[in-house]
Ligand binder design. Sequence first.
Ligand SMILES: [Mn+2]
Length: 311
Amino acid sequence: MDSVIKAIEDAKHILIIAHVNPDADSLGSAIAMYTHILRLHKKVTLFCKTEKINPALRFLPFFDKVKSSLPKAYDLAMSFDCGSYRRLGIEVNAPLVNIDHHVSNEKYGEINLIDASAISTSEVVYDFFKKNVIALNAKIATALYAGLIDDSQCFTTAKTDQRAFLMAADLIGCGADNALCTQMLFKERSLASVRMKAKMLSGARLQCSGKLVTTLVEKSFFEESGAYDVDCEEALHESLELVNVEVALMLRHTKDGQIKGSLRSKSSLDMNKIASVFGGGGHLHSAGFVTAGASLEEIEKKIIRIIKGKI
Ligand SMILES: [Mn+2]
């Protein structure tokens, strides 16, 4: 029997974990599994450490069931889209099933279901459901589809392949709501996020003969715009679309006084490798890290030094 199926079968109370500051892939994948476990009439808790989750994700089924406090007891935990143990935001006190697609995954689970070739964690969950002949209802399909279009940026990233489209077609057939997902993830934005984007893009700088674009997000940007952390993503993606740009770097302050770096590329330069210099990781074209003890400008300079001559 599949080891994950057996772990679920043996458990009495399962803790489903999305990573801190969840995106549609992490929360969508977690919700798909949560929905499946509900059907088994097992006790299950949907958990995310972040109290204020990006409201754009409120369309996901069971969004109102996400808890930011832990249950007293659980005997199995499952994490989704968490490349490192730190991303869970908690210490887990039970056997852990780690389901992910980051090439940098630290394999911190008792069971690790990791497919770095998958475009999204929701594809890993989808494959798991298919392999074990688990039926997809409309709620599961919508949650998985949200992860797929978010991580593939609506089928535009380099990793988008036949598998992605076949999965999409099947999910739509199972009742995934494409109009709702695309509306909420790509066509609806707050004024605060637009203001944040304006600040970020007006300060963007070209380096390395115009092949690297860097964006520094000052603390004041958040206070002045009222934007969420996740609202920085769009400007990062758009900066990568600039002509001749091959790598986009965004550096921003986190609430706990650290600096978060996000790297995106359309070249073959390995972003996961660069992020690992700062203790982070991710994928070939997309990676991130959290660091401390230096200014935004100092980290920017260090990355320029690493990248110079390579793109
Ligand atoms: Mn993902």
